[in-house]
Write a protein that binds this ligand. Structure first.
Ligand SMILES: Cc1cc2nc3c(=O)[nH]c(=O)nc-3n(C[C@H](O)[C@H](O)[C@H](O)COP(=O)(O)O)c2cc1C
Length: 185
């Protein structure tokens, strides 16, 4: 009932086979060092791959990818090649051994530091060891414009595209700019 959450596409590999599946139980847990987590049911085909390799990548989902994200979240890689079925192009990651999705605008490459059994799911706590961003989202000053990526949210069983911006970090306490008087000094 905590909504919205990101319906991310997790890529992983056991060295022989690659897989991709959907995870909404994810988030950032620490700033320095940058850490994240994914909570995964041990019954998932991907579970052993991540446990064995100690690595995975979080690929953010866009409106163009959301149908594939849903498909990868209802089919198991034990039976089909989801990359092939969804025509998902793989790219080599920078730091981890599993592939990343070419179509994802922002990817967090992760190395597992702890596996915490919680009950239905195990939490893979991980260091974020690299971030891959589409160059088109970065302006001339190096500022990231993630709002241009077309990201989607998952809320209580439904997928949504992000709507219009209604505020900016700190805007509630920002000082108002003085209106120009029009007089020359
Ligand atoms: C929107 C969405 C969110 C999901 N979130 C999770 C999750 O957080 N953790 C999890 O273990 N499975 C989650 N799943 C289910 C897995 O993605 C699904 O069982 C998938 O088929 C597992 O693939 P695999 O067997 O190839 O590893 C989610 C599925 C969908 C559609």
């Amino acid at each position: 009932m905590l909504s919205p959450v990101p319906p991310t596409m997790i890529t992983c590999s056991d060295g022989e086979h690659d897989n991709v599946f959907t995870v909404a139980w994810t988030g950032i847990t620490n700033t320095i060092p940058p850490k994240t987590y994914i909570s995964v049911r041990p019954s998932r085909h991907s579970y052993e791959m991540i446990k064995k390799s100690g690595e995975f990548a979080i690929n953010l989902t866009t409106t163009d990818l959301v149908r594939s994200a849903d498909f990868c979240g209802v089919h198991t890689g034990a039976k089909i090649d989801k990359f092939e079925r969804c025509q998902l192009k793989k790219e080599e990651a920078n730091e981890v051994g599993c592939p990343i999705l070419a179509a994802s605008p922002l990817v967090l490459e992760c190395r597992v530091t702890d596996v915490i059994p919680l009950g239905s799911h195990d939490m893979f706590l991980a260091d974020i060891v690299a971030i891959d961003v589409d160059e088109e989202l970065v302006d001339g000053n190096g500022k990231l414009h993630l709002e241009r990526a077309g990201l989607v949210a998952y809320a209580h069983g439904d997928y949504f595209e992000l709507g219009k911006r209604i505020g900016t970090f700190g805007y509630s306490v920002a000082k108002k700019k003085k209106k120009p008087t029009g007089k020359k000094k």
